[in-house]
Design a protein around this ligand. Sequence first.
Ligand SMILES: Cc1cc2nc3c(=O)[nH]c(=O)nc-3n(C[C@H](O)[C@H](O)[C@H](O)COP(=O)(O)O)c2cc1C
Length: 174
Amino acid sequence: MILIVYVTVDGQAKKIADKLEKVLEQNGCIVKVADMSVVSKKQLETANKIVVIASIRYGKFPKILFQFVAQNAHYLKEKAGDFVGINLIARNPAKAVPQNNVYVRKFLEKIDWEPNHVAIFAGALLYSKYHFFDKKMIQLIMYLTKGPTDSSQDIEFTDWEKVEQFGIKLVEER
Ligand SMILES: Cc1cc2nc3c(=O)[nH]c(=O)nc-3n(C[C@H](O)[C@H](O)[C@H](O)COP(=O)(O)O)c2cc1C
């Protein structure tokens, strides 16, 4: 069983987890998708493989991710766990590799786990979901990074073909 554990705020990490589940199931794998806040020890124990998915907020991965990795590093190492990081700077393909993605690079430096594979996908810019402060801050970040600042439009930057290719890689390595 391949266990995909995600943590999300606005749903994009879950959407990517669900897409991977679909690709894996279409290729004959048994898959379970679990929210990091409720994933059970039994699920971690019975998995043959674990994929961890998390997204960035204001330059940081969530605390629960660090706790999850610290508590379950033995499972992640034993089951050749993979890590998937989601953020908006990865909309620039040059920043979608660990050595050029500051968030993922720093995360990997801090944890006691070297993932089997690290994938980085661009997330979604969902202005319609953000509250006033977040909307203004994201607009500023977008302005500084030459991204879209029109808050009347939501944009999904996730390259679904890239997500699918990552899923296929998992199938081939099974
Ligand atoms: C409040 C907030 C802060 C964010 N900060 C960053 C950031 O510092 N750098 C970045 O590249 N993306 C940033 N993002 C983009 C998110 O990583 C992206 O929207 C992602 O799709 C969110 O995933 P989720 O829906 O699983 O929570 C931010 C998004 C929000 C809403």
